[in-house]
Design a protein around this ligand. Structure first.
Ligand code: ATP
Ligand code: MG
Length: 436
């Protein structure tokens, strides 16, 4: 095939994956999700490290909930699709740190008029026009509802028929109760409402969130929560109240396996209409560098396609990857990560060295002890001082302070232990220094 310039964005992306065609791997988690969606009650909880692919999975669950099981068939799991899958009207909401507590959260939900994802769009209101749409371009897919037109420009929750002034929880109940009945009169019948809450970990005061979710869950309302954490307890402080709800719905998103990461390149080839060709050794190396974080594979993919375009080829081999690697070392390849890196090291070579030492510890031992102004590197059992880095007490604070990132945080489980807040950044630091 003759060379053609390929738009890197058409094959790789740094955004959340919505299109099932771009979604790679995770077949065990997809199977879990199908089970969780098809149990009448129960809470879905998606958790895992930063940047590992949680929101992408959540968006796929939203799509499954509307009845589009394309992803499941694609994953070779057609046999697990129930004869009559439960179908949902879906709500998706990304929390932010201004939401302080459970009450705030419900207030936000009851006022969210987003035309594709908000709860209000589904609540009966005379002046509103709803229409079905597919969340992906799959025409075989399930349909969701979007608002075409609001009758009145200024929307405030009180004009909705069943809003109860001063009682946001009751308002929420009334809204969600009304959704299924009212929309089933007009559209294909569905069983329930699914409320997906992304970035759930940022809610400051987690007290009572579990019991609130429990009290609001019914055979007409199911919740799915998603956020950074190693276990349910990090997402929901009073998780004991939802433990029984969560039995089938706990979805831990781990870093990808090598074959999963490698498949990102096979998908890119498909998306390019089979124009792009990736040398297997190049794909293997990128998958190793990525350490299971699909974000990195996508980033490398994009950079390599760009480089290949510059050279007038659609075949991406190790030579092209080497060019990208050398651009990483000089800080030119990934501007966002580089900016974060520069802010963290604050023009100090010693701090850059310390940061690299920390990043180079093997994945789960990135944790290190920083008590007594010493940094004990667990892997080598030596201190950073032994390795020639002086003045740790002056180098370390910048890495821990919130306004510079922070790059490192105390682990919740053990005292005096720190780890990288962002595994993707940790990987970048390592690559930045390979061979330097
Ligand atoms: N299944 C997948 N297949 C291909 N790429 C993926 C997949 N999951 C995630 N990615 C890619 O990985 C990156 C991170 O994904 P996502 O935003 O879903 O992660 P996250 O865990 O929600 O991150 P954060 O902790 O920052 O919220 C994105 O670039 C996305 O395109
Ligand atoms: Mg996310």
């Amino acid at each position: 095939m003759a060379f053609k310039v390929i738009d890197p964005e058409s094959c790789f992306t740094s955004s959340v994956i919505r299109d099932p065609k771009r979604f790679v791997g995770r077949s065990d988690l997809i199977a879990n999700s199908v089970t969780a969606l098809n149990s009448p009650q129960g809470l879905i909880a998606i958790y895992g490290k930063r940047g590992v692919g949680k929101s992408s999975l959540l968006r796929q669950i939203q799509d499954l909930a509307t009845g589009n099981y394309e992803l499941v068939r694609r994953a070779g799991l057609a046999h697990i699709i129930p004869p009559k899958p439960r179908r949902y009207f879906t709500v998706y909401y990304a929390c932010d740190s201004i939401i302080t507590n459970a009450n705030d959260l419900v207030t936000r939900l009851c006022n969210d008029s987003d035309p594709l994802d908000g709860l209000l769009r589904l609540v009966p209101d005379g002046g509103k026009e709803l229409a079905e749409f597919t969340r992906t371009d799959e025409s075989t897919g399930g349909f969701d509802l979007k608002v075409l037109k609001w009758g009145v420009r200024e929307q405030d929750a009180t004009k909705y028929s069943s809003a109860v002034p001063g009682d946001i929880i009751q308002t929420f109940r009334n809204f969600t109760n009304a959704v299924v009945e009212a929309n089933n009169r007009l559209f294909n019948k569905r069983d329930s409402v699914l409320i997906l809450l992304d970035e759930f970990d940022v809610i400051k005061d987690k007290a009572g969130l579990g019991s609130l979710i429990k009290s609001l869950t019914s055979d007409k309302v199911k919740f799915g929560i998603c956020g950074i954490g190693q276990d349910i307890g990090e997402l929901v402080a009073d998780h004991s109240s939802v433990d029984r709800l969560i039995e089938q719905g706990a979805v831990y998103v781990r870093p990808m396996t090598m074959p999963e990461t490698e498949e990102i390149f096979a998908v890119a080839t498909k998306l390019s209409g089979d124009r792009l060709e990736f040398a297997p050794s190049m794909v293997r190396r990128v998958s190793e560098f990525s350490e299971g974080y699909p974000y990195f594979a996508q980033l490398f993919g994009r950079a390599c396609v760009q480089e290949a375009n510059n050279r007038g080829t659609n075949r991406i081999d190790d030579a092209i990857l080497d060019v990208v690697l050398s651009k990483i070392r000089s800080g030119q390849a990934f501007p966002n990560l580089e900016a974060k890196y520069q802010r963290a090291i604050g023009a100090s070579d010693d701090r850059a060295m310390l940061l690299t030492l920390l990043a180079e510890q093997s994945a789960d031992e990135t944790k290190f002890d920083a008590t007594l102004g010493q940094v004990v590197l667990r892997q080598s059992r030596s201190t950073a001082q032994d390795l020639g880095i002086e003045y740790i007490d002056q180098l370390l604070p910048r890495l821990i302070e919130e306004r510079y990132g922070p790059v490192l945080v105390k682990t919740p489980d053990a005292r005096g232990l720190y780890e990288f807040t962002d595994p993707v950044f940790r990987t970048y630091v390592k690559l930045r220094h390979i061979g330097n």
